[in-house]
Design a protein around this ligand. Sequence first.
Ligand code: PHE
Length: 339
Amino acid sequence: MKEKLEVIKAAAMEAISSAIDEKGIEELRVKYLGKKGELTAILKQMGSLSPEERPKMGQLVNEAKSVVEEAIGNKADQLKAKATELKLKAETIDITMPPKVNKVGKLHPLNTVLNDMIDIFQSMGFDVLDGPEVETDHYNFECLNVPADHPARDMQDTFYLGENLLLRTQTSAAQIRTMETRKPPIRVICPGRVFRADEVDATHSPVFHQIEGLVVDKGVTMCDLKGVLEQFAHEIYGKDTNVKFRPSFFPFTEPSVEVDVTCSECGGKGCRVCKGSGWIEILGAGMVHPNVLRSCGIDPEEYSGFAFGIGLDRLTTTRYKISDIRHLFENDKRFLEQF
Ligand code: PHE
């Protein structure tokens, strides 16, 4: 029995030292020390020994049990520490790594100014409409009193997409589209991108933006036009800004005006921005031509109206003192982040 005990003990110690994980150790604990374990089984065989041998053997078995128990305990501790170490290593956080920063975008300055303009006109009761950037010759020119051979077409050369389609040169086509679908009283603005075959420089771009406005009702006069546009200029540039109406010509308005405001750069003294004049031109406008009303099925004897086209890019560059219109379209983040 003594030899058997030695064999079991040696096998147990061997198995314990080569165990590789906590589960394996647990199995060994059951195998040797459990209720039906091998060392427990030996204790149960003690009945066959003589009364003198029994205490000696009991002591030996108990010693073996405590040696095995201690070995299992040590090994379990070791394996547990190793597992923790591995887990920590796997979860290491590198605190020197730069964090991911969520960058929040901003509105483009053109959109900031456009939103302000929309607020101003909405507060005066205007609706906001949209129009197509690819227009027909009919809407962009014909209906606006600019027939095929009209000299005004020269100033608005554009990109043609086939016989009758073109990139719109002005948002004025929206006047026609509006009058075809709405009946007076009409009060709308239509902001959008327009295109012209212009030479690129600090103040010209082949792509720019306009805000068209149209009012048609009974008894609308030039006074209403002046009142609305003056109010608009004062809200955008401040109450002290002077507004000047100059006679001009557009084929689809009669009479026509161009509107200047005090140069915001020099306050009217004359500088590089206003080319010494003290004034900045911001829009064209006029009373809707009777031919245009008639072509949209509106009787010019009964109704009258005014229209205007504001240059959004000019408004934006003067407001933010941007020296070159090209900055607005280059999408350079160093520029855009300043607004
Ligand atoms: N469409 C004209 C332009 O682009 C501006 C304008 C709009 C003039 C409405 C009068 C009325 O120059």
